[in-house]
Design a protein around this ligand. Structure first.
Ligand code: SF4
Ligand code: SF4
Length: 241
């Protein structure tokens, strides 16, 4: 995204609209820090500028396409081949069996509007949980896995590490007995990154309710979750778990 300096009056109307604080005023003209801009196009799409100064720049590198696709909710699979930011999570698990009864689904939602995420921080978290037992979703399911040089350890392509996105999801599964080490790894790595994340855990009911999961969370000092989604399993199963 760029601002036409010839037309800009320096009125500052656009500054609070930027999701990541990429717009600033320099010598009475608004400018965009391209390294910080996540190409969400909020400024352009909402026509906030009275002088019509915002102009999308061509997305030439793979990194620019990636950050636009992950940061602009009106764009879906263009450029990555995978719809949206990630998988359907638990929503279709009764049909897909993505999360079997001996495993938990792990969704780590990194960044947020107002606090984006650099891919170097995403890599730190991905590598930490991979070392603790998370196995990532396939590149066909989630765009992030397509950037990993080795899907087993979570390492991300070097040319993507400075890419800034609004948010991205690290998705995978871990065996139930590995949840403790995964939580421990997250508690450690959260102090080493310059962004925020929220953790989602997908648990298939295998007759023992949520008790083991809640006990493990408690063991690591994590509060009982206040939000949840329940899939009651009305789809036609393709898998026998
Ligand atoms: S809203 Fe438009 S004219 Fe006002 S500072 Fe921003 S770019 Fe310049
Ligand atoms: S495209 Fe998004 S991140 Fe970039 S300047 Fe506009 S609002 Fe900010």
């Amino acid at each position: 995204m760029r601002i036409d300096a010839e037309k800009c009056s320096g009125c500052e109307v656009c500054l609070p609209y930027c999701n990541v604080g990429a717009i600033s005023l320099q010598d009475d003209v608004a400018v965009i820090n391209e390294k910080v801009c996540v190409e969400c196009w909020v400024c352009y799409r909402n026509q906030i500028c009275p002088k019509d100064c915002f102009e999308p720049t061509p997305l030439e590198s793979q990194g620019e396409v990636f950050k636009h696709v992950l940061s602009d909710p009106t764009i879906t699979s263009e450029g990555t081949g995978v719809p949206g930011r990630g998988t359907e999570e638990a929503k279709t698990n009764d049909v897909t069996g993505r999360f079997p009864g001996d495993s938990y689904g792990i969704c780590i939602d990194m960044g947020r509007p107002g606090v984006g995420a650099y891919m170097r921080d995403v890599e730190k978290v991905a590598m930490a949980v991979a070392g603790a037992g998370v196995r990532f979703a396939s590149p066909k399911e989630t765009p992030l896995s397509g950037l990993m040089t080795d899907i087993r350890n979570g390492k991300i392509r070097a040319d993507f590490l400075d890419v800034h996105v609004l948010s991205v999801i690290i998705e995978g599964t871990c065996k139930r007995e590995k949840l403790g080490p995964v939580l421990e790894a997250l508690l450690k790595v959260e102090k080493e990154i310059d962004t925020v994340f929220s953790l989602g855990i997908v648990s298939m009911s295998v007759g023992d309710g949520d008790e083991p999961l809640l006990k493990t969370l408690q063991l690591y000092g994590m509060e009982r979750p206040r939000r949840g989604k329940v899939n009651v399993g009305l789809g036609k199963p393709l898998y026998k778990g």
